[in-house]
Design a protein around this ligand. Structure first.
Ligand code: PLP
Length: 459
């Protein structure tokens, strides 16, 4: 018989406690992120350069130095469909791994599409609709972002076109169905519908696709139509900004639990869920509080741990501005690991700068180890994690074990960014012992990095 617990498991906030402002870390960073550059002129990109792709309110958020930005009521109204999200104490996992540390997790999988992504999708759809755009184009890796944007655009009556990385399109047919159920159009990338897609297919007819290629296709689509804006699910400052409701809620919930984390952990693809949880805590760290902030990435796409900090394009066809970030090079095609949302050659400039400044540290893990931790978690906590979020779980378990070995007790908080209900084929492969661990060759990293030689160097 399981023992009866007296300590609380779930920490919930009332709808009235939903954060009313997003937190903008740019206001507090010790060193500002460097400007994004126009590839033709080498000069910082201005609002007018971005206007064909984004609505003006998002462009202003992208460059804002205000610490807090009010969340419009229309967005709060939609957030209230699933927010505030629950925070759990992982009592059963703690017991199973025999740790003396306390492990908490914030669960973003309760949103209708099943991840943190609608926190920004709803905001982006709102501002686009408000400024008269009628159609959005985007890319998606695992399908989480594409389904979040399809969900958000249908609520605002916008059309939506999703370029889905081909390997995920094949591995995750039900994410495709979700996107269609919410009324969006979806196509496998690289596709024949854009110049960027056709160029890749000509050279590599069997290309599994990558986020870099799919971004090129979506940007090209948006740039070629008046009625269409581009929408990105991660990396950009305004996207990270919208996710900060996660960490603000978590601070209030940790207070309810009478605790404050020593360690804050998230997985990093482009960086949005990690930023969402950690930025409000980093605000406290920058103000002097001691917190270890850990970013977890896949060893097959080790942007923060093995990439370089450089100016690079956000996409494969070099259509985006030059972005100062940790990168593996814009033509790096990550191995087809199952954490599709972590297969991106770059990472958010804000996170890159925080890593440079020593405020955030990063570790890279193999996918079989992450699946092992995800299964351990599922068997004790119940929730089946998305493979991306499995990296954060693995980071939390390793952190607890290291604390036990050092004879320490720590309070650990991680972001469970989504559920894995549409990723069961990946779990099947893991159970069948068919998941490959990709040990990325240094020579491949050097080859890919050659593509950024000659681009401007950051200060
Ligand atoms: C559940 C989940 N977690 C994490 C990520 C990684 O993206 P980001 O680093 O922007 O949070 C994704 C991306 O698709 C995702 O679906």
């Amino acid at each position: 018989m399981a023992q009866v617990r007296t300590e609380q498991t779930k920490y919930l906030l009332a709808e009235s406690e939903l954060p009313r402002r997003w937190y903008n870390i740019r206001a507090d960073m010790p060193n500002p992120a460097q400007p994004v550059l126009h590839p033709g002129t080498g000069e910082p990109v201005g609002p007018d350069d971005l206007a064909p792709l984004f609505p003006m309110e998002l462009i202003l958020q992208e460059v804002s130095d205000e610490a807090e930005i009010a969340i419009p009521d229309e967005i709060l109204d939609i957030y209230s469909l699933w927010r505030p999200t629950p925070l759990f104490r992982a009592h059963r996992l703690e017991q199973a791994i025999g740790t003396r540390s306390r492990i908490f997790y914030k669960y973003e999988g309760v949103s209708p599409p099943g991840s943190h992504k609608p926190n920004t999708a709803v905001a982006q759809a709102y501002y686009n609709a408000k400024e008269g755009r009628t159609r959005l184009a985007t890319e998606t890796g695992a399908g989480q972002w594409g389904s979040a944007l399809a969900f958000a655009t249908t609520l605002f009556g916008l059309e939506c076109k999703v370029y889905m990385v081909k390997i995920s399109y094949e591995q995750k047919p039900f994410r495709r169905s979700l996107i269609q159920a919410w009324g969006a159009t979806i196509i496998a990338s690289p596709s024949e519908e854009t110049q960027s897609g056709r160029a890749v297919l000509e050279e590599h007819p069997d290309s599994p696709g990558s986020l870099g290629i799919a971004i090129s296709e979506a940007v090209e689509d948006a740039a070629s139509r008046e009625d269409t804006a581009y929408s990105l699910g991660s990396v950009l400052n305004h996207v990270l900004l919208h996710q900060t409701v996660i960490g603000q809620e978590a601070i209030a919930q940790m207070e309810q639990a009478g605790a404050f984390p020593d360690v804050v952990i998230g997985c990093v693809g482009g960086g949005s869920n990690f930023a969402g949880l950690s930025f409000p805590f980093l605000r406290e760290k920058i103000a002097g509080r001691e917190i270890d902030v850990l970013a977890c990435e896949p060893a097959a796409c080790p942007t923060l741990t093995r990439g370089v900090f450089a100016y690079d394009f956000g996409d494969t066809s070099k259509l985006t501005p030059l972005t100062p970030m940790h990168t593996l090079g814009h033509d790096f095609i990550p191995a087809p690991i199952h954490a599709g949302g972590l297969r991106y050659h770059g990472v958010a400039p804000l996170i890159s700068q925080l890593v440079r400044d020593g405020l955030v540290r990063a570790e890279a893990y193999l996918q079989n180890d992450c699946f092992a931790s995800a299964v351990e978690f599922a068997r004790h906590e119940g929730i089946i994690p998305a493979p991306e979020a499995a990296h954060a779980i693995h980071g939390a378990i390793l952190t607890a074990r290291a604390a036990d070995e050092a004879g320490e007790e720590r309070t650990i908080l991680f972001n469970l960014s989504g559920h894995g209900h549409f990723d069961m084929a990946a779990y099947d492969k893991y159970f069948a012992g068919e998941l490959e661990d990709v040990a990325l060759d240094e020579a491949e990293i050097q080859r890919a990095l050659a593509a950024i030689e000659g681009l401007p160097a950051p200060a």
